[in-house]
Design a binder for this molecule. Structure first.
Ligand SMILES: [Zn+2]
Length: 126
């Protein structure tokens, strides 16, 4: 199976292309930011993470279902990922960044998901 840090996955490329086509410009995998967000929109102070449902344990999602074997291996590993994600989001918020997560399964409704991402990017702080 693919490692959790593997980047430039196809779902990520799909999202990037779609947002780029809408005119959004971004940086990728900014390592100086907590959690190394997949897409960074510096002018808007917003970041997008594109998460695989299994690796990041999308809550309530069928794709996040744990394997029935090797649970003593998977459980701590996956809960570490979840904890890391939560910490990254908290740290980003402290630094004034807004976070949006796109889940792998949401890409089944691709246009809708991209629309939601665009709404997030257009949203202004109130
Ligand atoms: Zn999911």
């Amino acid at each position: 199976m693919r490692g959790v840090r593997s980047k430039d996955t196809s779902i990520e490329l799909m999202v990037r292309r779609a947002l780029h086509a809408k005119g959004y410009r971004y940086r990728l995998h900014e390592k100086h930011l907590p959690g190394t967000p997949d897409m960074v929109f510096p002018g808007r102070r917003k970041v997008i993470f594109i998460h695989g449902c299994f690796w990041h344990q999308h809550r309530g999602c069928p794709r996040a279902k744990l394997p029935t074997t090797n649970t003593e291996y998977w459980l701590p590993k996956l809960s570490r990922n979840v904890k890391r994600d939560q910490e990254a989001k908290r740290e980003l918020a402290k630094l004034g960044w807004l976070t949006f997560v796109i889940w792998e399964c949401e890409l089944d409704e691709f246009d809708k998901t991209i629309r939601k991402a665009a709404q997030f990017l257009e949203m202004t702080a109130s």
